[in-house]
Each structure stands twice: as C-alpha cells, then as structure tokens.
Write a protein of this length. Structure first.
Length: 615
C-alpha cells in the first residue's frame, strides 16, 4: 500500500516538472516596457528545489496521511476483529440464552404439568375427602350397617308382611300349602273354600361380617313366625311361635376356600353366585311352601367349598338326615324306624324323629361360563331300622337271617341317593330369565317340595327306597325396574314299588306289599262322605275307602311383585300369586276311574302380600 502511494507521488512530481518546462519554452518573449527593474526570476534549480520541497512536503503529508490511514485501518481491523469476537460472544451468549430459554420453557411446561397434576390430585383429594365426609356423615346419620367392634351388622333381609290366602278347596294349612294334602275332588274339604290372613311370614334377619388377616368371617340369623306351639290358635289373639330359619357361621379365605356350618339351605338348593351361602334363589312365590318340584331342605349342615377362578366351583356337605314316615299298603310292623320326640331331649312330642345312621351327604359342582349359572349335584342317604325277628313268621328270611321266636333283633340299613342339576340364565336384554332344576333318585322324596315319601318296606322288613323325581321350570320377566312377573311349573313324582308277599304263614301271604299297590281299596274315592259328624272322615281331604298312595303333585303358578317404593329408606312391595295345584293317587281296586286311573284333586289358590323390607 505504501509503495503504491510513493509511486503515485513521484509520477505527479515528474508530470509537474515536464509541464513547467514546456510552458517555459512555449511562451513568446514578452514585450519590454520600461519599468522598474524586476527582481531576477528564480532559477530552474530553485524551482526544482522548491517543487521538490513542495512535493516532499506533500509526500510527507501523504506518508503521514497513509500512516494515519494505516493506523486507522489497523484500528478498524482491530475493531472489526473485536466486533467479530464480540459478535461471536454475543452469538454464543444468544445461543446460551436460547438454550436457557428452551430449558426454561421446558421447565415451565414441566412445572405447568406438575401444577396441573397437583390441581387434579388436589381436586381428587378434595373430592375424595368430600365423598368420605359425606359417607361418614351418612354413615353416622343414616347408616347402611351398624359398626360394632370391627364388624358390621346389617338387618337386610328383614321384612314385615301382611298376607292372605284363598283356596277353592280347604286344606286347613294356613298360608303354606301342604302339597300332599290338596283335597281330592270328592272329599269334604274340596267342597268348601277357605280364606286365611296372617302376618306370620314376617321375618327378622341379622348378618354380621368381620375381616381378619386370613379370613372374612360372617354369621347370619333369620327367623319368622310360621311355627305353632300346642296352644297356638287364631281364635282371638293368635299365639304363634317364632321359629329358626337360618343360623349359620361362615369363614372364607382370599384363595377361594369357604367353610360354613349351622342351619341353612341345603347344598342341593340352587344358588346364584358359585356355591356361596346366602345366595340361594327361591321361587318368587308368596306361598311359603314355594313350588312343586323345587328341590330344597333347610337344616343343619357343614360344608366346604372352593372357588376356582370365579368360573368353576366345587363343594361337599354333610347335612342333618331325617326319614319321612314310610308309606304303602300291608307293611310289616315288627320293626323300629322312628320315634315320637322325647321332650326331655328338647324334641317336639307331636312329631316323629328317625334314628339316623349317618348324615345326608351332598356333593356339588357349579360353573358360570359367562352365560348363566349351571349346577350338577349328587345326594347320598342312609336309612336304618331295627328288626325284631320274633314278630315275623318262621319262614321269613329277614336281613338279620332266618326269623324265629328266639332270633336276636338286629339293625338293618340301606343306602339311597340321587343326582340332580339345573341352570338359570338371562335372555335377550336380560329382562327375561329362564331356569330349569331337577332331581332323580331313590329315597330322595324328602328333598322334593311335596315331601311325598322316602321309603317303603318289603314283607320281611327290608327297607326299599322309593324311586322318584322332582322338576321345576321357571320364567321370570322384569319389564320395568319396579315390576317383576314370574311363571313356574313343576311337580314331584313317586313310582310304584311293591312285591307280592310269599312268606309262608305270614298274615299278608299272597298280598301286594309296598307302595302304590293295585289292590288297595279305592271304592270310596268318588263319593263324598255323609254330612254327619259320625260319618265324616278323619281326613276331610281324602274320602273313606280311598287309600292309594300319592303318585304325584303338580303346580302351575303365575304372579307379580311390584315395588311401590324402593330406595334408601327400604322397599315397599305388593305381590299377587295364582296357583293351580293337582294331586294324583295311584290307581287301585274298587271302581275309582279317571284319565290317570286313580283319584285326583285340584285346588285353585290366590295369594296377596303387602311387605315393607328393611333397607
């Protein structure tokens, strides 16, 4: 840069000299005038020196200017470098600031999310506290259960009832219908209707539930007034006694084991949730005898059940046994099967009790595959009597051996039992439910609703369990939340079971002995007894000379339950039931004729109920 400046200055100086010299040569000589003598003009050397001096000054000035420019340039370059460094630093600071800003935005977003989560959590806590406070307040002011020393007590299941029963044929049985006591068509009782009103089916119940580390413990008590003492009557102020319906304790583990003992429904009775006590489903009838074909008992039992994944259930139960009085014609009497209750043993001296060899055994499985509840069960029963061979003829071969006047008495036992099953499932929109239940076997009459008979005897005193079956079909509809309609049809059936007595010398030699014999006198089945007290039969439901055994009972039922109110204050219900009962006897001898070959009776019944249930 300096070199270029020096070269330019030299060129300017040379050009100036050339121009001056040429100018001097070209000018013409000036005219002389007379004037004062002018000072001598500077010489060329002087001019050159002056010009040189001038140029040197200019060069020095240029040098100075160049030096200043160079300094300024250096300063500018330094300033630019500094500016660039400052810009880089500023950019770095800006990048750092941007990064910090991004981190701040992330932190702000995170903080905002945390704040929102805290708001939601606080809202949930507030809601939970509010609900808990409301629940505590409700529990204190309007409790669903009563808390006592870590357990809950609930009276759910208790109700007060005012109910009526009207029958076209009298049974003399109050609210509940004795199926095997439905009057035959030509009996006295069939010619006169009856009306009964009662609050005896009102019920008190109390359930206690407590939890420990290993078990959920529960106990249940249930009672009503469908019992009568020796002094009970309807004359002016009735005096019916309270009776125990259910009294049981239960221990359930988290792994599905369930241990239960006490009085309750038999394991053979249909349940709705696995095999759990307290989930039994009964016919929706007002009649406390329920429905022909319904399989049940309500007695002592100890059961163990297991829940396998809420879909498969299995259990076994040992239950109190009782043998219904044997039935049939020409039965031997030299034996002991039952006895009148011993009041010293706190039994009722108006009833018979059997000498049971073992409890009844019930085994059951249930599945809930996603549609309905399905069951399969088996019942095992033992029957026993004590034989007195001296009461039989010498030719009678009893289960104890050959009978003789000196033979030692012995005990005779035999096993009976049956198999059963059923299902209950919803249809369509779940407003319809269908169900079917049944039991078939020998010696299982006690488990049928009609309790027709369990056993009969052979001529030599051997026990013969009677074959029979029970079946019940159900259709239930819930067209609205308040209204429930139900329709049931079922029946209990017992087969004939008799042999001809071939024991030489026996008073019944040649006669049919057992249940449903063809030779029983049926001559009076189609004739009502004379209407005098002297001629009236001991059993107004069965004419005299009409001694055949029950073949079956059948019942068709239709009814409704309507919830007038159902809410936190309990439930107020009104119910209506119509039933048509039919009882058929096995045919015999003597002229009783009808399509079934034997006598029969039909009874039309209407029931009403008005109930208030505890919440």
């Amino acid at each position: 840069m300096k070199f270029k400046a020096y070269a330019a200055a030299a060129a300017v100086l040379a050009a100036g000299l050339v121009v001056s010299y040429a100018h001097a040569q070209a000018d013409p000589p000036a005219k002389t005038h007379k004037r004062e003598a002018a000072p001598p003009a500077p010489s060329v050397q002087e001019q050159i020196d002056a010009l040189r001096q001038q140029m040197q000054s200019q060069i020095d000035a240029l040098k100075q200017s160049l030096a200043e420019k160079d300094t300024q340039l250096q300063q500018a370059q330094q300033a630019a470098a500094d500016a660039q460094a400052a810009a880089a630093k500023a950019q770095a600071a800006a990048d750092a600031e941007q990064q910090a800003l991004g981190e701040n935005q992330t932190a702000v977003s995170s903080l905002q999310s945390t704040v929102n989560d805290m708001k939601s959590a606080n809202a949930a806590v507030v809601s939970s506290i509010t609900e808990e406070t409301t629940s505590i307040k409700k529990a204190m002011e309007d409790p669903d259960v009563i808390h006592y020393k870590g357990i809950t007590l609930s009276p759910a299941g208790s109700f007060l009832a005012g109910e009526t029963a009207w029958r076209s044929g009298g049974t003399g049985g109050g609210l509940n219908t004795q199926p095997s006591g439905v009057p035959l068509s030509h009996s006295e009782a069939a010619q006169i209707s009856e009306f009964q009103g009662s609050g005896r089916q009102s019920r008190v119940a109390l359930k206690a539930v407590g939890k420990t580390g290993a078990f959920t413990l529960s106990g249940y008590y249930e009672a009503d007034w469908l019992s009568a003492g020796v002094t009970s009557n309807n004359n002016q102020s009735n005096s019916y006694t309270m009776r125990q319906r259910q009294l049981w304790a239960d221990a359930k583990t988290a792994s599905g084991w369930d241990f239960s003992g006490g009085q309750g429904w038999s394991l053979a009775t249909e349940t709705t949730q696995g095999l759990t006590r307290g989930t039994e489903i009964l016919p929706a009838t007002i009649d406390p005898q329920y429905e022909a074909g319904f399989v049940w008992t309500r007695q002592y039992s100890f059961r163990v059940t297991k829940d396998f994944g809420k879909a498969f259930f299995a259990g076994i139960s040992a239950e109190n046994a009782e043998t219904l009085n044997p039935a049939g014609q020409n039965l031997p009497t030299s034996l002991l099967l039952t006895t009148v209750g011993n009041t010293g043993g706190l039994y009722d001296n108006q009833s018979n009790y059997s000498y049971n060899l073992t409890p009844d055994f019930v085994a059951k499985i249930a599945i809930e595959p996603g549609w309905g509840h399905w069951e399969l069960f088996g019942i095992g029963r033992s029957f026993r009597d004590r034989l007195y061979p001296s009461g039989f003829t010498a030719g009678a071969v009893t289960p104890c051996g050959v009978a003789s006047a000196t033979a030692t008495p012995c005990n005779n036992s035999v096993w009976g039992g049956g198999v059963g099953g059923g299902f209950r499932a919803p249809l369509g929109t779940k407003k319809l439910t269908i169900g079917l239940k049944g039991l078939w076997g020998q010696g299982v009459g006690r488990y049928g609703d009609s309790t027709i008979a369990d056993i009969t005897f052979r001529p030599n005193g051997a026990i013969s369990p009677l074959h029979g079956f029970s079946a019940l079909s159900t259709l239930e509809a819930n067209p609205t939340n308040r209204l429930m309609l139900y329709f049931n049809y079922g029946g209990d059936y017992i087969y004939r079971d008799w042999v001809t007595d071939t024991i030489t010398g026996d008073p019944n030699l040649g006669k049919q002995v057992g249940y449903g014999t063809y030779t029983v006198n049926m001559s009076g089945c189609n004739t009502e007894n004379a209407s005098t007290a002297a001629n009236a039969s001991a059993n107004p439901g069965t004419p005299s000379n009409c001694g055949a055994n029950n073949k079956d009972t059948q019942e068709f039922t239709a009814g409704w339950w309507y919830n007038i109110y159902a809410g936190p204050k309990g439930r107020l219900r009104q119910g209506f039931q119509y039933s048509m009962w039919r009882r058929d006897l096995w045919s015999g001898a003597g002229g009783a004729t009808n399509p079934n070959g034997g006598a029969n009776g039909e009874d039309n019944m209407w029931f009403t109920s008005f109930r208030y249930y505890m919440p």
